[in-house]
Design a protein around this ligand. Structure first.
Ligand SMILES: [Zn+2]
Length: 377
């Protein structure tokens, strides 16, 4: 068992005074190695509190760079770090918070080729990602390698937390959600929005599960799904059971090795063949009488929109709502980044619109190239 130095005893003294925690649990933390996947909304609070608590070693994996719109919730990063890799930004902050923690970073997306290598010597895996391809890959790899997995997910104002321990009666992530949704079916935080505080709340519940599991304290969420609603506010605990028909942990499993899931990141554009134009072409066409159709939500329209644009949010775009649109002029459809507008353009074509195009890059590209004073989000 790892010994604690005098400096560490001073640092962790409030843990050591806790009768049920004490020096024994602190030593267990020190000898633990945790793989933290994702250095974003969940990864920031998880990383900060696990480093502060004294986890011995952490491996950080993320392929993204810090952007200003991350900072509403990704609190380990800073304004000055915009543009730098998230793993570098998080490592600096964690090292400053607790230099006793051994930190390793990988600035790359996890894939099936190296996930088994990277989890092999970790005691616990924590999934703080926001895309389904990685989530299923991690869940499969953890079960196959017999590694416990702390799971958390957030959506707008709601979150979920659980702990999956291979061999325990609660089953695995696939018992709960057997299949990944198809690309584009589930929106990501980028598309759907998220309350900035929510990943903090859920991330800390995940960190709490990690500490209890590593130190053998109290009861964990193994066998339960904790569901939190920030608006109600309410918390519910659902009992989980292993599904004997589960493809991963069932009686006759069909998943026998980790593979990069077919489901893409939720913001991947669907493979639709629709006509597209650039924002510069759209700007020119607008000056010549083309009509702009905004298919985002009302609250997004309120942030910014192309002058004179009509608004029909994508979920309400049908024959009736499209009936009021002028068919004489070219119709230029746009959304935030050019994903929803492609769906809308395909739908309008199906409704008989012939002169309709999708604006590539959406209003975000418009703000960047045409109206630099426009608000971006
Ligand atoms: Zn299962």
């Amino acid at each position: 068992m790892e010994q604690l130095s005098n400096k560490e005893i001073l640092r962790y003294s409030r843990h050591l005074k806790l009768p049920s925690f004490g020096i024994h649990a602190q030593r267990k933390l020190k000898q633990s190695k945790v793989l933290l996947i994702g250095a974003g909304g969940l990864g920031c609070p998880i990383g900060l509190y696990l480093a502060a608590a004294g986890v011995g070693a952490m491996v950080l994996v993320d392929d993204d760079v810090v952007e200003v719109h991350n900072l509403q919730r990704q609190v380990a990063h800073g304004t000055a770090g915009a543009g730098s890799p998230k793993v570098d930004s998080l490592r600096k902050r964690l090292h400053d918070l607790n230099p006793h923690v051994q930190l390793t970073t990988h600035q790359r997306r996890l894939n099936a080729d190296w996930i088994m290598d990277v989890i092999a010597d970790c005691d616990l895996v924590i999934d703080g990602t926001d895309n389904f391809a990685t989530r299923y890959l991690v869940a499969d790899a953890c079960h196959l390698a017999k590694k416990p997995l702390v799971y958390g997910a957030i959506y707008q104002f709601e979150g979920q937390v659980s702990l999956f321990v291979p061999g325990e009666p609660g089953g695995c992530y696939r018992c709960l959600f057997p299949e990944a949704p198809s690309a584009g079916a589930a929106p990501s935080c980028d598309e759907a929005g998220v309350l900035g505080i929510l990943p903090g709340t859920i991330g800390l519940m995940m960190a709490n599960e990690a500490v209890k599991f590593l130190c053998d304290l109290g009861e964990t969420l193994s066998g339960y799904l904790l569901m939190y609603d920030a608006l109600a506010p309410s918390m519910r605990r659902l009992k989980l059971n292993r599904d004997p028909a589960c493809a991963l942990c069932g009686d006759q499993p069909t998943i026998t090795r980790a593979e990069t899931a077919a489901a893409g990141c939720a913001i991947q554009p669907p493979a639709l063949e629709v006509p597209e134009i650039s924002v510069a072409e759209a700007h020119q066409a607008g000056n010549q009488g083309a009509v702009f159709l905004d298919v985002r939500g009302v609250h997004e329209f309120d942030i910014c929109h192309v002058r004179g644009a009509e608004l029909i949010p994508l979920p309400t775009l049908d024959a009736e709502s499209a009936g009021k649109l002028n068919r004489e002029n070219q119709l230029i459809v746009y959304c935030h980044k050019g994903v929803r507008s492609r769906k809308a353009t395909a739908r309008l074509q199906a409704l008989g619109f012939e002169n309709v195009v999708s604006m590539r890059g959406g209003i975000d590209a418009w703000a960047e190239h045409i109206e630099p004073e426009m608000a971006r989000y």
